[in-house]
Design a protein around this ligand. Structure first.
Ligand code: ATP
Ligand code: MG
Ligand code: MG
Ligand code: MG
Length: 483
């Protein structure tokens, strides 16, 4: 099955179970002060679970664009080095708002995986919440008994609070989860080593694909748990991981979700992906191609959803991600001209029928990315030279130098940390924060230079570049004007 067919099969399946199919919410979380980016399928439905508002249907399913680069869920540092965590990914989900509960949810997930997708039953593990006496939350006997009718008991795992209990916050709705994991190793290895203990252990081929959350309690301020009057189901399945499992690949990047982009990167760089096998994390050519294929999606879809790169908040997160990708391309693939922007149309075409917002704004997004790249490429080379010349005696790059790299050359602190790691060095993060604070104090006294540096886009590509405000490399402000 192609990734398009896999996504469609998911939505068709839940449609046949009377779910309303809704579009993905934008990546930028608009009405939630606790969240910068949507990082799960349920984020757009949070209010319904809290009892504020009524859902358009008691059963909903969709594919949600998610970004896990900040806050509670931050997978940025894993990207490129492992094969199954992305910054931006699609989370397929189905929801019951006070309608069906554990039996239907678990039976349908089993039916979909084993009958529609035909994943082998003897490669699937499921987990249920094993209980936590100290916290007063019971073992999820109900889920265990449902699984027992479908899965042999030696494939059911009792999980802990970290993996198998979900809470919205310190108070509010919460409940046990039941996860589904798949073992994609070669049969010979499975025969020799077994696999149960590899679940939830960061094994690249024994991966979690689906999480079923059962909201059945409310956590009160005094920490007690009371049953919710209406019980809900919230599920999330990693689309790219599912494609890896169904397409029989060992890495998400080997699926058709990413291969398109990777092939274009190969052509552009004249370098080959996966020369030493597609799982190698010590080949920086491979890491760079994975990072670029991943970060391109995060950057392009976020811009299409209205968040421009900037120097603050969500905009700076996007700028940082883009700069990481540009530097990987520069250092390992020989790109010293904009290249990310050339990949935007490839991505836009691939997702035209799923997330048409990118295709609709393709030219605009391409220009934004290109301007960002040009701006960073102006200082990248000299910045890298400055970095390469460093040879700190204690192996720690001082806060002042980290600040200089940021202020003069536009190297976000996480990028400098990454460069340092590649050389076996560390950075003085605290010293950097101190230097940053001192600069902020200085510039507050100089507020004449202040300008707002991002706008929200509501009307597609009605914006054009009008140039830069040169303050310093890091503070380069790209200006847009409504045309
Ligand atoms: P993991 O333990 O692998 O980090 P998780 O437990 O944090 O995953 P959930 O919050 O349960 O993930 O999200 C539901 C599903 O979304 C997961 O089962 C997984 O398939 C997928 N998923 C989570 N994080 C990522 C990511 N960074 N990239 C791709 N898919 C992801
Ligand atoms: Mg995680
Ligand atoms: Mg997990
Ligand atoms: Mg999980």
């Amino acid at each position: 099955m192609t990734s398009h067919e896999i996504r469609k099969a998911f939505l068709d399946f839940f449609k046949s179970k009377e779910h309303l199919i809704v579009p993905s919410a934008p990546l930028v979380a608009k009405n939630d002060p606790t969240l910068m980016f949507n990082n799960s399928g349920m984020a757009q439905f949070k209010d319904f679970f809290l009892g504020n508002g009524t859902p358009p249907s008691k059963r909903i399913a969709d594919t949600q664009k998610c970004l896990r680069v900040s806050g509670k869920h931050n997978d940025l540092e894993d990207v490129g080095f492992d094969t199954y965590h992305h910054t931006m990914f699609e989370m397929l989900g189905n929801w019951s708002f006070g309608d069906y509960f554990k039996k239907e949810a678990l039976e349908w997930s089993w039916e979909l995986l084993t009958e529609v997708y035909k994943l082998p039953k003897d490669r699937i593990y499921v987990s249920v919440f094993g209980g936590d006496e100290k916290d007063g939350v019971p073992f999820d006997q109900e889920a265990y008994d449902i699984w027992k009718t479908m899965v042999s008991e030696d494939r059911i795992i009792l999980g802990n609070k970290k993996d198998n209990f979900w809470e919205m916050g310190d108070t509010g709705p919460c409940g046990p989860c039941s996860e589904i994991h798949i073992d994609l190793r070669d049969q010979a290895e499975v025969d020799i080593l077994g696999g149960k203990e590899l679940v939830n252990n960061d094994h690249p081929q024994v991966v979690e694909i689906w999480n079923n959350v059962f909201m059945q309690f409310e956590r009160k301020a005094d920490k007690s748990l009371v049953p919710l009057p209406a019980k809900h189901v919230d599920t999330g399945m990693g689309f790219e991981r599912l494609c890896m499992a169904i397409q029989g690949k060992k890495s998400n990047y080997d699926t058709d979700v990413f291969q398109n982009t990777i092939q274009v990167i190969e052509q552009m760089s004249g370098k080959k992906y996966g020369e030493n096998g597609t799982l190698s994390s010590n080949s920086y050519v491979d890491v760079a191609m994975r990072v670029i294929a991943d970060h391109l999606r995060a950057v392009a879809f976020t811009i299409a959803d209205g968040q421009l790169p900037s120097n603050a908040k969500a905009g700076y997160v996007i700028r940082r991600i883009l700069r990481r990708a540009v530097r990987y391309g520069y250092s390992y693939l020989g790109f010293n001209e904009p290249f990310m922007s050339k990949l935007v149309p490839v991505l836009a075409d691939q997702f035209a029928d799923v997330f048409p917002e990118l295709k609709a704004q393709q030219d605009f997004v391409t220009r934004v990315v290109e301007e960002e790249e040009k701006s960073f490429l102006r200082t990248l080379e000299t910045g890298i030279r400055r970095f390469e010349a460093l040879n700190p005696e204690n192996g720690i790059i001082s806060g002042d130098v980290v600040f200089e790299l940021s202020d003069t050359f536009g190297f976000p602190v996480d990028l400098t940390a990454l460069l340092a790691k590649e050389k076996g060095l560390k950075i003085d993060e605290e010293g950097f924060q101190k230097a940053l604070l001192e600069q902020k104090t200085r510039s507050r006294q100089d507020s004449a230079k202040e300008a707002t540096d991002w706008v929200e886009l509501n009307e597609g590509s009605d914006f054009e570049f009008v140039g830069y405000d040169e303050v310093s490399a890091e503070a380069q402000i790209i200006k847009y004007r409504k045309v």
